[in-house]
Write a protein that binds this ligand. Structure first.
Ligand SMILES: NC(=O)c1ccc[n+]([C@@H]2O[C@H](COP(=O)([O-])OP(=O)(O)OC[C@H]3O[C@@H](n4cnc5c(N)ncnc54)[C@H](O)[C@@H]3O)[C@@H](O)[C@H]2O)c1
Length: 390
C-alpha cells in the first residue's frame, strides 16, 4: 500500500472518528429495566450537555427498588412505546443509540419464544436500519456472552464458535449477524457481549445468579445452588455495563462493525465460588447443593482481552465483594425478607405472567385497553393498585 493511500485512509478514519465523537442526542431503548437506570445516571455524569431520550414499553416500570426519584426523571424525554414499531420521526436528530430493549433472559425466552425473536432480533435490525437512514452515527447493541452456551475448552474469544442454547441466546446471535452488513464508517455498530449482570439497581432483578444468592442469604441465611456448582459464568456489575456502553457510543478504536466481549478476565467465576464469596460477606450463611443437582447446561469462560485493549479507560472497576455488600445493604434497606422471592416481582418472567394473567398485556405483549383504563385509574388513585407484589 502506498503512502498516499494510507494517508487518505487515515484522513477518512480521522473524519469518521470526529463524526461519531459528537454525541449530542442519545436514544436509550429499554431504559426502564435493570441496567437502564444506571446507564442514565452514568451518561448524565459523563455527558452533562447531552440530550437523553428514553424509549421503553414500561413492562417493569412499577418494579422500583429504593429509587429516591423515578429514574426516568433523568431523561429529557421519555417515550412509552414499543420498539417493534419505532416511528422514524423520533430518530431525527439522534446521534447515537444504546439499544437495551429486549426480552431479557432464558426463562422469558422460553415462555415467549417467537416474541423473543421478534423483539430481540427483528425489531433490533429494523431499528438499526431506520437509524442509519435517519443519519444516526452509532448503534450500540446489548448482546450477551450467553451466545457461547457451553464451552469446556478454554476461554471464549470473539472469534470462537458460538453455541446458543436458548431462544434468548439465538436471538442475540441473529441480531449480531444481521447488524453487520449495516455498519460503515458513517454508521458504527458495536455489539457488546455482556457477561451476566449483577449488582444493586433502582429496578433490581433477582433472576440473576449473584443477586439470587445474596437475596437468598439475606432472606434465609442459606444458598442452595441449583447445579453441582462447577459451571463457569463470567459476571459484570451493572455500573461497569454503563461504563462500557458509554465507551461504545463514540469509540475511536475497533472496526466499523465490532463485536466485543464486555467484562473482565478476573470476573470469570464458577457458580460455587460466587456462593462462597457471598458467604464471606454475610457470615453464618450455609451453602448447599440442590439434592438433584445436575451439571448446568450453560458453562463458559470468556476472554476479555480485546475489550481491555480497545477500551483501556472504560474497564470494569467494581469488585465482587463490594458488589455483594452493595446488594446486601440495598436489600436490607428495603427490609427485604421474602424467602419466596422467586415468585415475586423481582423476577422478570413473573411480572410478565402476572400482567398477562390480569389481561393488561395481550399475547403479543402489547398493552391492552384494560391496561390503559387501569393506568387512568391508577393515575387518579392515591393507593394505586400494584399488579404484582414486591
Ligand atoms: N442483565 C443481564 O445479565 C444482561 C447480560 C447481558 C446482556 N443483557 C442485555 O442488556 C439489556 C438490558 O438488560 P436488563 O437486565 O436491563 O433487562 P430488563 O428486562 O430489566 O430490561 C429490558 C427493558 O426492555 C423493555 N422492553 C422489552 N420489550 C420491549 C419492547 N417491545 N419495546 C420497548 N421496550 C421493551 C422492558 O420494558 C424493560 O424495561 C438487554 O438487551 C439484555 O439482553 C443483560
Amino acid at each position: 500500500m502506498g503512502i498516499r493511500q494510507r494517508t487518505l485512509e487515515n484522513l477518512v478514519a480521522a473524519r469518521a472518528r470526529r463524526l461519531v465523537s459528537d454525541m449530542k442526542t442519545i436514544l436509550i431503548t429499554g431504559n426502564m429495566g435493570y441496567v437502564g437506570p444506571w446507564v442514565l445516571r452514568h451518561l448524565r455524569e459523563s455527558r452533562p450537555q447531552a440530550t437523553l431520550i428514553g424509549y421503553d414499553m414500561g413492562y417493569f416500570s412499577h418494579c422500583l427498588t429504593r429509587a429516591a426519584i423515578l429514574p426516568e426523571c433523568r431523561t429529557d424525554l421519555q417515550y412509552f412505546a414499543d420498539v417493534r414499531s419505532v416511528p422514524e420521526k423520533i430518530l431525527e436528530g439522534v446521534d447515537g443509540i444504546i439499544h437495551l430493549a429486549a426480552i431479557s433472559n432464558d426463562p422469558m425466552g422460553k415462555a415467549f419464544e417467537e416474541l423473543t425473536q421478534e423483539v430481540n432480533h427483528r425489531a433490533t435490525v429494523r431499528l438499526a436500519t431506520l437509524a442509519k437512514q435517519a443519519g444516526v452515527r452509532s448503534f450500540v447493541f446489548a448482546s450477551s456472552c450467553s451466545v457461547y452456551g457451553f464451552a469446556e475448552e478454554g476461554a471464549r474469544t470473539e472469534s470462537s464458535s458460538l453455541n446458543p442454547l436458548t431462544a434468548y441466546a439465538q436471538s442475540k446471535v441473529a441480531a449480531e449477524r444481521d447488524l453487520a452488513p449495516l455498519a460503515d464508517s458513517r454508521f458504527r455498530v458495536t455489539c457488546l457481549r455482556f457477561a451476566t449482570a449483577c449488582g444493586m439497581s433502582e429496578r433490581l432483578r433477582l433472576d440473576l445468579v449473584l443477586n439470587d444468592f445474596v437475596a437468598s442469604a439475606v432472606a434465609t441465611n442459606r444458598i442452595t445452588i441449583l447445579s453441582d456448582g462447577t459451571p463457569w459464568r463470567p459476571l459484570i456489575n451493572v455500573k461497569d455495563m454503563a461504563r462500557a456502553l458509554d465507551w461504545a457510543l463514540d469509540r475511536t478504536t475497533g472496526e466499523d462493525y465490532l463485536v466485543v466481549n464486555a467484562g473482565s478476565d478476573e470476573w470469570n467465576y464458577q457458580i460455587r465460588e460466587l456462593a462462597e464469596a457471598v458467604a464471606r460477606v454475610i457470615p453464618g450463611v450455609q451453602i448447599s447443593m440442590h439434592p438433584d443437582a445436575q451439571p448446568d447446561k450453560r458453562s463458559y469462560r470468556v476472554d476479555f482481552s480485546l475489550f481491555r485493549r480497545l477500551a483501556p479507560d472504560h474497564q470494569p472497576q467494581m469488585d465482587l465483594e463490594t458488589t455483594v455488600q452493595e446488594l446486601r445493604q440495598g436489600l436490607e434497606a428495603m427490609r427485604f425478607r421474602d424467602p419466596d422471592f422467586r415468585n415475586s416481582a423481582f423476577m422478570r418472567l413473573k411480572v410478565l405472567e402476572e400482567l398477562r394473567r390480569q389481561g393488561l398485556l395481550n399475547e403479543q405483549l402489547e398493552w391492552t385497553n384494560r391496561a390503559r383504563a387501569h393506568r387512568r385509574e391508577a393515575a387518579t388513585s392515591v393507593n394505586a393498585p400494584v399488579p404484582v407484589r414486591s
